[in-house]
Ligand binder design. Structure first.
Ligand SMILES: Nc1ncnc2c1ncn2[C@@H]1O[C@H](COP(=O)(O)OP(=O)(O)OP(=O)(O)O)[C@@H](O)[C@H]1O
Ligand SMILES: [Mg+2]
Length: 412
């Protein structure tokens, strides 16, 4: 066993290193913390984490410890050149016990300035599978002892984690950057479209009201269709903007101690009229002692309202809708069940994708296919879960589970 000789203290430090390194969603902080902890674990004076610039095939120093800042900033190493360049080229670790006596790399000892001096060093590749993305270097043991074989095993273990954590943090940052670009684009487009749409809508509404002369029956019908479609376009713009905001992390949860009973009553109020028109019975059942939870009132209202409006839309006349609120340990389960069209088993996991409309219902054409995608984003930022159960032709049940005590303000 490679690590049987590790001290208890070293093991604890390695476990802390693994936990912390993977917790960052910011590459800069991830690298900084990884370098600090690697130096601690190996007890070194100097160290650096270099990343590979794919375009120039050069390594640059992302973070250095104990070096002069200027040296660190200006250092560029070609793959294949020098110590780090050799490690990046071969993908193998390199242990040099005494740099001055090393036949291949001894010449680098002479280049050193008074500001830093390397005696013993250890370099390891940062690899994702077989691809090198950088190099981690540590120089000089604080105890003046030289690096040994055990240190190579340790640095190889640590470097695997560093590489993976950096890759994840970079991917997360890129996803955020893309989401921000998308949000800016959608915000501009929706702003530019909404003004002329409002003017067109107003003009058509005036024509329906007879301001330009009484419209004939057929003309009035066509104008009504135009209004319906303008409203649909406005909803589409609002939904796209909602989704883009949620994705870009702009939609921070406004956490409050909210009463689910009140929230559900408010949401049911909105669907009472369309439900009555279709003679659909709406029932609410609470199996919960305390209906108060920490959540964002408006956002959870949006989820419940979307689920209720779907239930009304996809349930034929004289059907039933039941809303249930149940306590599940530290969580609360909210279910919206209907006796409507139902959903095919194969379609159940597609529903939460954007622009997804399934089945053959004529109602399908009316929707945008964004409601459930928005519900999922909102439930996700509340650290909850949402899913659907259904039997085709018998009805569907949409459930979401929320933690009762979401104490921290969460930003995605
Ligand atoms: N209660 C339900 N019963 C049957 N099918 C449903 C139900 N809820 C949703 N669906 C199916 O899932 C699809 C996606 O629902 P979603 O709410 O995302 O979009 P939508 O209602 O069509 O449009 P909108 O963006 O206006 O909400 C629907 O088009 C429908 O096919
Ligand atoms: Mg919907």
């Amino acid at each position: 066993m490679k690590f049987k000789n590790l001290s208890h203290e070293q093991l604890v430090r390695i476990i802390d290193f693994v936990k912390e390194t993977h917790s960052y969603m910011d590459a800069e902080k991830c690298v900084e913390s990884a370098l600090y902890r690697v130096s601690e674990i190996l007890g070194t004076e100097l160290g650096s984490i270099m990343l590979l610039d794919e375009a120039s095939k050069q390594l640059f120093i992302k973070k250095a410890k104990g070096f002069n800042g200027e040296i660190a900033k200006n250092t560029r190493v070609n793959v294949g050149d020098g110590i780090a360049g050799w490690v990046a080229m071969t993908g193998e670790p390199l242990l040099i016990r005494d740099l001055a006596k090393d036949r291949r790399f001894g010449k680098f000892k002479k280049k050193e300035t008074k500001r830093y001096s390397t005696d013993s060093l250890l370099s390891a590749p940062l690899k994702i599978k077989d691809k090198v993305i950088g190099v981690v270097n540590v120089n000089n043991k604080r105890t003046k002892r030289i690096f040994g074989k055990k240190d190579v095993d340790i640095i190889m273990l640590l470097s695997d984690h560093i590489a993976l954590a950096i890759q994840n943090a970079v991917a997360f940052e890129e996803a955020k950057r893309q989401a921000k670009l998308k949000l800016d684009f959608i915000s501009n487009v929706s702003h530019e479209l909404k003004n002329p749409l409002a003017i067109v809508r107003e003009a058509i509404a005036l024509m329906i009201d007879g301001v330009t002369g009484k419209a004939k029956k057929d003309q009035a019908r066509i104008l009504e269709i135009a209004i319906t479609n303008i409203d649909r376009l406005r909803r589409l713009l609002d939904s796209l903007l909602d989704l883009a905001k949620l994705e870009a992390g702009k939609a921070t949860i406004r956490r409050a101690y909210i009463d689910l009973k009140k929230l559900i009553e408010d949401s049911v109020e909105f669907i009472k009229i369309p439900a009555k028109k279709k003679s659909i019975k709406v029932k609410v059942k609470y199996s919960i002692k305390d209906s108060k939870i920490w959540a964002d009132y408006d956002k959870i209202t949006q989820v419940v309202s979307n689920l209720l409006s779907n239930a009304v839309k996809f349930t034929p006349g004289k059907g039933k809708i039941e809303i249930r609120v149940e306590q599940q340990e530290e969580k609360v389960l909210i279910s919206v069940e209907d006796s409507g069209a139902g959903i095919k088993k194969d379609d159940l996991n597609k529903l939460f994708n954007r622009f997804e409309r399934v089945g053959t219902s004529s109602k399908k054409a009316e929707g945008l296919g964004l409601g459930l995608a928005i519900c999922k984003e909102i439930v996700d930022i509340h650290r909850g879960e949402i899913w659907a159960e259904s039997r085709l032709h018998y009805g569907s049940c949409f459930n979401f589970l929320l933690p009762k005590d979401l104490r921290k303000d969460v930003r995605i």
